[in-house]
Each structure stands twice: as C-alpha cells, then as structure tokens.
Design a protein around this ligand. Structure first.
Ligand code: GLN
Length: 192
C-alpha cells in the first residue's frame, strides 16, 4: 500500500484524499514539513496557485519539496498543482514562483475564467476516456525534454496536452478528483 501525501494547505484536499483512499493508498494530509518524511508520493491539489505557493513558503515545506523533487520523489499536480510544478508560468502574478520540475509552459486560466469552466471526456493513453472537469484550468502551451504526453484535448484551438508525465513528476490541467472515476489516481499510485 503506497503512502501518499496530499498537500493540505489550500484547495480541494478532501476530494483527493477520498480518491486515494478508494484506490487503496495510505493517505497523509500534509501541513507541516516534517510530515514529508516517509511518503512514497505527494499530490498537489487544485486551488489557487498563488495562495498555495505562499503557504508552501510560510509552512517551510517549499525547500523540503524542492529537495525531494531533485531526488526523484513522485509528485502529481492537478490544476493549480500543475502550475506549481511547471518550468514556466504565463499570465502568472509577477512574483509567482514555481518548482521548475516539469518542463512545460502553462498559461494560468488558459481555458478561460470561472464562467468558462467545462467538462469534457479526456482520452488517456493506456486507460481510455475519463471525465475531465476544467475549472479556471491552466493550459499547457509548450513542453520539452522528456515530457510524455498522456492525454490531449482540443477545446477549439488545437490539441493541447492535459495530462503529462516527466519521470517522477506528473501534472494535469483538469480535476480527476472531482469525478467518480478513479483511473487517473490509480495510474499515479501504481507508479509508486
Ligand atoms: N487558475 C487557478 C490558479 O492559477 C487554478 C485553478 C484550479 O486549480 N482550479 O491557481
């Protein structure tokens, strides 16, 4: 049973905890740096990336996660979590930082604002179509290096990756935790 943390500083923590429990993980809600020990992986939830970034710094978790990412620790970021892991943020706040652990350039709110939120099936490589909930979702505009694209979506302006993986670092634009479909969480936990 993998021991998986959910960063619980802000955002849709509860939904991730419940999905991870349903796929059989031993789940830890992480609020303090010392809770980062002995985890097999970590989920960074959706929420507000600037707020989560601020709380990562004030909680002292920021440098701990940075070191663990360098050491190959597995992290899955959904929506705001993807923004936090990315190498480049477009339309970010001028002082907004990110880990630079996933070689993608993401545009905040790239699919439009809250009112433009939508649901669409997302065809995941090796899994099949899963329901995708997009809420102020970041759009992956470019990617490079050994980033693997596991799903794309064409929302009217050409296909953009919506689920990617670069070795130990995973990111998706949508919210698999807001559906009843466990398969994206299963994909991540089965890699641990
Ligand atoms: N647009 C939000 C941000 O920049 C992310 C939205 C989400 O996680 N649902 O943080």
């Amino acid at each position: 049973m993998p021991r998986v943390g959910v960063l619980a500083l802000q955002g849709d923590v509860r939904e991730h905890v419940s999905m991870l429990e349903d796929v059989g993980a031993d789940v830890v809600t992480v609020r303090r740096a010392e809770q980062m020990d002995d985890l097999d992986g970590l989920v960074l939830p959706g929420g507000e990336s600037t707020t989560i970034a601020y709380l990562l710094t004030t909680s002292g978790i920021r440098p701990v996660l940075e070191r663990k990412l360098e050491e190959g620790f597995s992290v899955f970021g959904t929506c705001a979590g993807l923004i936090l892991l990315s190498s480049e943020i477009l339309d970010g706040r001028s002082d907004q930082w990110s880990y630079g652990a996933l070689d993608v350039s993401v545009r905040r709110n790239g699919y439009g604002r809250q009112i433009a939120s939508f649901e669409s099936a997302v065809d995941v490589v090796g899994v099949g179509p899963v329901p995708g909930v997009f809420i102020r979702a970041p759009k992956i505009e470019t990617w490079w290096g050994d980033v693997e694209v596991l799903a794309t979506l064409d929302h009217g302006d050409g296909a953009h990756p919506v689920l990617v993986r670069q070795k130990n670092v995973w990111g998706c634009s949508f919210h698999p935790e807001l559906t009843n479909d466990l398969r994206v969480h299963e994909l991540f936990t089965s890699s641990l």
